[in-house]
Write a protein that binds this ligand. Structure first.
Ligand SMILES: C[S@@+](CC[C@H](N)C(=O)[O-])C[C@H]1O[C@@H](n2cnc3c(N)ncnc32)[C@H](O)[C@@H]1O
Length: 393
């Protein structure tokens, strides 16, 4: 998340440096607020699940003390929306250690917002269907220092919803996770082709294409910026941040049905048509028989590039594929990669600890990642002579 934000802000219209964030647990980064950085993150950042502008933080774990602290704090807060009428909603993040029900917590936050805005002449009412501004309440912090935090969702809700995917395969990755895998592969879109040989609905190729050119996933007009004075004067357009880059991406799958799925999703993401024809290519192939020649035929521009990057998630038996079938498949996958793609790097995401061992390649890195509640690993295999021993990952 951190590397992606730095890269985006560097290419944004703003002369601003991204400060080092504070880490909160495994999955949260806290940055001091800067509207320009927040704007870039909200419009372009692909790997974050939610983006909140935190306004209030308290140790209160019960309703009454929370209301007593929250109301005066919001009353004095000039960051709140100033329109004469405001439609808002309150979303809850994780709040399992708050000592009241989620409904009650939401109710108290809602009441405090309405009461805080009343003296300013703002009529605030809850509209869960089309709110101008979404507030978020969550429990946060480290196990030793837990807090109740109230903020404004400036990222347009759950960010894996890109508004683009029309159909999916049987086990699609979340878009935010797919973007994380591509970032972690350190794929250089200017000099390396990227191949997803088991592309399913095409989530990884689509995210890779977006990351390569710095394409926005949210338009400023769809975010709550116009209700928040801190964002006044910031751009209303979101051109690609890396407009000169033409990535070379191959999305393959063995299943003919998935090919239609990928085409539909690429179309929905605006990644079809003449300008993308040579850039993001789809093919029906069995990864076990895939050769570098196949890659070059489908993606001719890759001939002039460095060896490429595989980035994919094979079935691992949670939702797809029987275990013994997979036990036969993984060694063949390993053979295909190591025998033919020397010099390439492979990033394989799996929720199973045993199956990747059957690839019989030495993993140069294993990055733990959570897919929902499931602890998974992203395995890095450097497909060079030295790593092709029959060694356990
Ligand atoms: C877990 S899914 C990939 C999901 C994908 N990342 C997405 O987000 O939609 C694995 C895919 O591998 C494909 N597959 C299975 N065996 C294959 C093979 N031998 N060669 C190529 N693709 C294969 C399946 O058809 C399935 O679409």
């Amino acid at each position: 998340m951190e590397a992606e934000l730095k890269r985006l802000v560097m290419r944004s219209p703003f002369e601003v440096r991204v400060p080092k964030p504070r880490r909160e647990g495994e999955a949260t980064l806290l940055y001091p607020f800067d509207a320009r950085i927040a704007w870039v993150a909200a419009c372009h950042h692909r790997t974050s699940s939610r983006i909140s502008w935190d306004l209030f933080s308290s140790e209160a774990v019960r309703l009454e003390p929370l209301f007593e602290e929250l109301l005066p704090s919001l009353r004095a807060d000039d960051r709140l929306p100033a329109a004469s009428a405001l439609r808002f909603s309150v979303d809850l993040g994780s709040a399992h250690d708050f000592e009241a029900s989620p409904l009650q917590l939401r109710g108290v936050v809602k009441n405090a917002i309405v009461d805080a805005l009343k003296p300013r002449g703002v009529t605030a009412e809850v509209d869960a269907d089309s709110p101008d501004v979404v507030f978020v309440a969550r429990r946060a912090g480290t196990p030793e220092h837990r807090r109740t935090v109230v903020g404004i969702d400036i990222g347009g809700g759950a960010r894996h919803r890109r508004g683009a995917r029309v159909t999916s395969g049987p086990a699609p990755l979340r878009e935010t996770m797919a973007a994380q895998l591509v970032m972690l592969s350190r794929w250089d879109a200017r000099s390396e082709p990227l191949v997803d040989p088991m592309a399913g609905g095409g989530t990884i190729p689509i995210e890779a294409a977006g990351l390569a050119v710095g394409a926005a996933i949210r338009k400023p007009g769809d975010l709550p910026f116009r209700h928040l004075a801190a964002f006044d004067g910031l751009p209303s357009e979101v051109p690609d941040l890396f407009p000169g880059t033409t990535p070379r991406i191959l999305a393959l799958d063995i299943d003919a049905e998935r090919i239609g799925t990928i085409v539909g999703n690429l179309r929905a993401a605006g990644l079809t048509g003449a300008s993308h024809e040579q850039s993001i290519v789809i093919g029906q192939k069995d990864v076990r028989t895939l050769t570098p020649d196949d890659v070059m035929k489908l993606l001719p521009a890759a001939r002039d590039m460095k060896p490429g990057v595989f980035c994919f998630n094979p079935p691992y038996g949670v939702r797809l594929g029987a275990q013994d079938e997979l036990a036969h498949f993984y060694p063949k996958l390993g053979d295909a990669l190591k025998q033919k793609f020397s010099g390439w790097r492979a990033y394989i995401f799996s929720g199973d600890r045993e199956l990747p061992k059957l690839i019989h390649l030495a993993a140069s890195k294993r990055t733990p990642l959570y897919n929902g509640a499931l602890e998974c690993r992203l395995y890095e295999f450097k497909l060079v002579a030295g790593s092709m021993r029959r060694k356990k990952p």
